[in-house]
Design a protein around this ligand. Structure first.
Ligand code: FE2
Length: 188
């Protein structure tokens, strides 16, 4: 007769192995602060060097450190309650890391070619769904300004209705639904 229950000796041997494997996985998955794709002062006068330094080196770094700590704690226990307790830290720091990693790539110096909305599919979609770039900016400003506390404003392509839409998320919540993203704004 086959049994799904393993002998006690096998369980005792398997547990340290499982913890060890989880430990190795945690080391392999250590998250790191990505380099900015431009200099800290490259976005002046719109965003100062001091704000970029604070935002990247301290805020984003804190999310990376918090995510690594939460993942290490998660991997170090097999207690379900302890793992459930870690969910808020994983969401907050994981979202903060994901969102800011996207955010840095989303910005570019005003004098770079990518700073201008070039003719093409994105421009056509903006004009189709918002009327104009100015109308998009107006709606984005209004919706992100209405965020209470901190949060994010997103311009995304809704894969359900095939339209560009502006949505917001609270705190560091990432946008985990049927969207492809084009633009991210961090509000704090
Ligand atoms: Fe931020």
């Amino acid at each position: 007769m086959l049994s799904l229950a393993r002998p006690a000796a096998a369980r005792a041997f398997a547990r340290p192995l499982a913890r060890s494997a989880a430990g190795i996985a945690a080391v392999r998955l250590q998250h790191t602060l990505p380099e900015l794709p431009y200099a800290y002062d490259a976005l002046e006068p719109h965003i100062s060097k001091e704000i970029m330094t604070l935002h990247h080196d301290r805020h984003h770094k804190a999310y990376v450190d918090g995510l690594n700590a939460a993942e290490s704690s998660y991997a170090a226990t097999d207690d379900v309650k302890e793992r459930i307790k870690l969910q808020p830290a994983l969401k907050f720091n994981g979202g903060g890391h994901i969102n800011h990693t996207l955010f840095w790539k989303n910005l570019t110096p005003a004098n770079s070619p990518g700073a201008k909305l070039a003719p093409g599919p994105l421009k056509e979609a903006i004009e189709r769904d918002f009327g104009s770039l100015e109308a998009l900016q107006k709606e984005l400003n209004a919706k992100t300004a209405a965020i209470q506390g901190s949060g994010w404003g997103w311009l995304g392509f809704n894969t359900s209705n095939k339209k560009l839409e502006i949505v917001t998320t609270a705190n560091q919540d990432p946008l985990l639904c049927a969207f492809h993203f084009f633009l991210w704004l961090c509000m704090w």
